[in-house]
Design a protein. Structure first.
Length: 345
């Protein structure tokens, strides 16, 4: 598929600053990797030098740039990153084609409910008893769908996803390879004989509409009731959500973060990479947790915290700055002591 400069402007809601309206691109790439037949974007001022040296045919740019490279067409948009995503979706739509059909090696229980003309099931996938699968859903190779699982319409499960028994997926849920939804929560008690005894985990996981789950992420089923991920929330790779965690709507949870059991996260929260959150806490709506933050107590709404343990961001950065100065201060004190000792004072 292809797009002309004029079509790029129409698709992104932008304004052509320069270039032949019939100039054509056939894909997208980063500023430095793009060829004359590809489109790119400038979404962060840190990449301005890359922008000045780009070979892209078309670049989406914000208003008011001080300089532009030669021999490139420009479309001005309010938010280049968001506008570029529209181009990515356009070209990705041509790369991915949903083709209904059931692979002959798939093993499907006869009590499962779906329209075989409106879903796709890949090779060596197993679907258990009494499952319900909505139209337009694409289940990749080697997936394992437990008994009683419910999936909405237009879901996409990539290869080797496991959805354990009775879990529920809304519409347009996307799950990347290797993710496990509904694994047992980490629940053990010490018995009288000095050995740990497993506690039965009899709840489920429920994913809302438009949830994305990254590769090799694990979301534990509830001990009782539900572990919940709200509508529109995006979960990165290698995330752990413990049993009975509740994550609100439209949250972002970034790589290698973990949330312990029974913690509740409000709507529109952002949890950056490698954040660890203890159990039975409340993380307020529209809060942000910086990378590597360790959360041991509740976080208020509309706040930004960072550090270990978590502090309000301004306090944490002041502490960090003081710690960075500490080695130099110690060196000065030692030099002064040495000078005093040598002078005999």
């Amino acid at each position: 598929m292809k797009l002309t400069l004029e079509a790029v402007a129409a698709l992104t809601g932008g304004k052509i600053l320069s270039g032949d309206p019939e100039l054509t691109v056939f894909g997208v790439a980063s500023l430095l990797d793009a060829s004359r037949e590809e489109a790119s974007f400038l979404g962060n001022e840190k990449y301005f030098q890359d922008f000045l040296h780009t070979s892209a045919g078309i670049v989406l740019v914000p208003p008011g740039l001080p300089a532009y490279p030669e021999h490139t067409a420009f479309v001005e948009v309010d938010n280049p990153s968001m506008a570029f995503n529209a181009l990515v979706k356009y070209f990705m739509a041509s790369a991915y084609r949903f083709t209904p059909g059931i692979h002959p090696t798939a093993i499907i229980d006869p009590t499962a409910s779906f329209n075989p003309d409106k879903i796709h099931v890949g090779a060596y996938t197993c679907i258990g008893a009494h499952c319900i699968i909505g139209d337009g859903t694409d289940i990749g190779n080697g997936c394992d769908i437990g008994d009683g699982v419910t999936m909405g319409e237009n879901c996409r499960l990539h290869a080797h996803v496991t959805i354990r028994e009775r879990c529920k997926l809304g519409n347009r849920v996307t799950i990347q390879p290797g993710a496990v939804i509904g694994s047992d929560g980490f629940g053990f008690l010490m018995g009288d004989n000095g050995r740990y005894v497993g506690i039965d985990q009899v709840g489920i996981v429920e994913l809302g509409d438009d949830v994305d789950v990254g590769a090799n992420t694990t979301i534990d089923r509830a001990r009782f009731g539900r572990t919940i991920v709200g509508e529109g929330t995006k979960i990165d790779n290698l995330i752990q959500l413990g049993h009975n965690v509740v994550v609100g709507r439209h949250c972002i949870i970034v790589a290698q973060s973990g949330i312990a059991g029974s913690t509740k996260v409000g709507d529109y929260a952002t949890i950056a990479a490698q954040v660890g959150i203890s159990g039975h806490l409340n993380i307020g709506s529209k809060s942000t947790l910086g990378a590597k933050t360790g959360v041991l107590s509740d976080i208020p709404e509309n706040s930004t915290y960072w550090g270990m343990p978590a502090f309000p961001y301004k306090d944490a950065t002041r502490q960090y700055a003081a710690l960075k100065k500490l080695p130099a201060l110690i060196k000065e004190v030692r030099a002064l002591k040495k000078e005093l000792d040598s002078s005999g004072k």
